[in-house]
Design a protein around this ligand. Sequence first.
Ligand SMILES: Cc1cc2nc3c(=O)[nH]c(=O)nc-3n(C[C@H](O)[C@H](O)[C@H](O)COP(=O)(O)OP(=O)(O)OC[C@H]3O[C@@H](n4cnc5c(N)ncnc54)[C@H](O)[C@@H]3O)c2cc1C
Ligand code: FES
Length: 273
Amino acid sequence: MPNDRTRFLTARIVRNEGRGEIFYRIEAIIPEPVRFVPGQFAMVSGWPGNDPLLPRPLAVFRSGGSKGKGKIEFVYKVVGRGTALLSGLHPGETLSLTLPLGRGFDLEQEGRSYWLVGGGVGFSSVFPAAAALGRRRARFEMFLGARTRGHLPPKEWTPGGKEPGRIHLCTEDGTAGYHGRVTDAVLERMKGLSQESVERLVILACGPREMLREIAAAASERSVQAQVALENHMACGFGVCWGCVVTVWDGDQTAYRRVCREGPVFDAREVVW
Ligand SMILES: Cc1cc2nc3c(=O)[nH]c(=O)nc-3n(C[C@H](O)[C@H](O)[C@H](O)COP(=O)(O)OP(=O)(O)OC[C@H]3O[C@@H](n4cnc5c(N)ncnc54)[C@H](O)[C@@H]3O)c2cc1C
Ligand code: FES
């Protein structure tokens, strides 16, 4: 039976491969299965030596397993030293993991329909939510945005990808799907919705901050509930250093919340954009 308490684990890498132009997927064996809420993350390291010193946060992409043996998967994009070192690890080498961390998406609302919005590598938090909603047979559509076709997530990673109409691909250069930003596709589609559909809608989004800010503004304008997964820089990952804070509204005042502890998923209305 998988459990969801946070723990430190040593994992053995079984696969670490590049896919498409910019993404990697790493799969590792862990001593026991982990249960996680979509949007929760792990602090990950494994490179030799102490440079960089700190592990890096990655959303838990998939986890499974049985009988005392678990499996864990992450997808990532190389942006700096930590992720570059991660991409150089080989099967048989180990990863150090602390997981599951943070607060994930609230997917337990009856009678709702969901729009999942992933910008860039933000699909890594959104796909697990799609898989969970698919298992519950909840209604959802996905909007995936990238600069160009080669920067969209590979088809074989997409949950529920075979059902037409459920996935809206968007590219800024028009090489696949909707020609424009994913936020524009969401805004256009929202304009056509009846009041009844708007009231049922919940938006779950992960991506660059500017994308989240625009989604939050559009959702607020039509009183749609939106949950955003923030990707702030992190140091400890479990609430001690206050290095990851975001400013939120607390009544008329503002306050700080730790993205690693009270987030990474926040109600979009709470965040001071
Ligand atoms: C909760 C959470 C979940 C995440 N999930 C994923 C995931 O599933 N897959 C994935 O590829 N990435 C994910 N990220 C982002 C990932 O943690 C960073 O890309 C990574 O830490 C960069 O480390 P680095 O050493 O390679 O780059 P650094 O050398 O630390 O940075 C390189 C460049 O990237 C920028 N950068 C670093 N971290 C971030 C960040 N968090 N947001 C925006 N820019 C950043 C830096 O400013 C710098 O310009 C997540 C972040 C958080 C907080
Ligand atoms: S990263 Fe240390 S408190 Fe969030």
